[in-house]
Design a protein around this ligand. Structure first.
Ligand code: ATP
Ligand code: MG
Length: 200
């Protein structure tokens, strides 16, 4: 028999609760792995453009209030990365962009090659609540959350960015942001591309 609307709602809630629980468990395990020096990357040549494209499509399905726009400057940008870990990083950045823009709005993701630095650059930009200036220096710390996010009643553990930065540093990349409270936030991710003459 077809499920009633309230039953479908309930199933959706259950599914979301299970997802949250499994993400939390995975995050806590990753923190322990990092501390034990046991978080090992599985590098493989990966097209960053299609990886980001897939994630954008997946996350667009989770929200009707936000418009996710993707602007790759080229169709293919290969990097030697751990694709699952990169997905984990971008998933947190996209989840953050969505949940810290409770009014909705546009989220713009860019992928480009920074030829001067032989790096790939990914940006995730939102028009959300922003991060208060006085808390910006500490925001990558474990269990760190900004006051305005908590005041707005948006839930979170404060582990996502800590793990993102650790994972990107393990890729010998960089992760940073620019943010203005009440205006929005842009995260920048730089990943080194293998120099053509050093490829084996
Ligand atoms: P989780 O561990 O589930 O990711 P979280 O989202 O609270 O929880 P982080 O992703 O580490 O944790 O982010 C830390 C804090 O940084 C957030 O709680 C929020 O205060 C702030 N923050 C992160 N991204 C944004 C953003 N795009 N806009 C505004 N604030 C943000
Ligand atoms: Mg987060």
């Amino acid at each position: 028999p077809k499920l009633a609307e309230w039953q479908q709602e309930m199933l959706k809630d259950l599914e979301q609760a299970t997802d949250r629980l499994s993400t939390l468990t995975e995050d806590l395990l990753d923190v322990s792995r990092l501390q034990a020096g046991q978080l090992v990357l599985q590098h493989t040549s990966t097209n960053l453009v299609s990886l980001v494209q897939r994630l954008i499509e997946r996350f667009q399905k989770t929200t009707a209030r936000h418009q996710l726009a993707f602007h790759p400057e080229q169709p293919i940008l290969e990097a030697m990365i751990d694709p699952q870990r990169m997905e984990q990083v971008l998933s947190n950045l996209l989840t953050n962009a969505i949940k810290y823009s409770p009014q909705g709005g546009s989220i713009v993701v860019t992928v480009r090659k920074d030829s001067a630095n032989h790096a790939a650059e990914i940006r995730v930009q939102d028009d959300g609540i922003g991060i208060p200036l006085h808390q910006q220096v500490r925001i990558f710390g474990r269990f760190t959350r900004a006051d305005n996010a908590q005041a707005a009643g948006i839930s979170g553990t404060g582990l996502g960015l800590y793990l993102c930065r650790a994972l990107i540093e393990q890729h010998t990349g960089r992760l940073w942001f620019e943010s203005e409270e009440g205006k929005g936030t842009t995260f920048f991710l730089h990943l080194p591309l293998v120099a053509p003459d050093s490829a084996t």
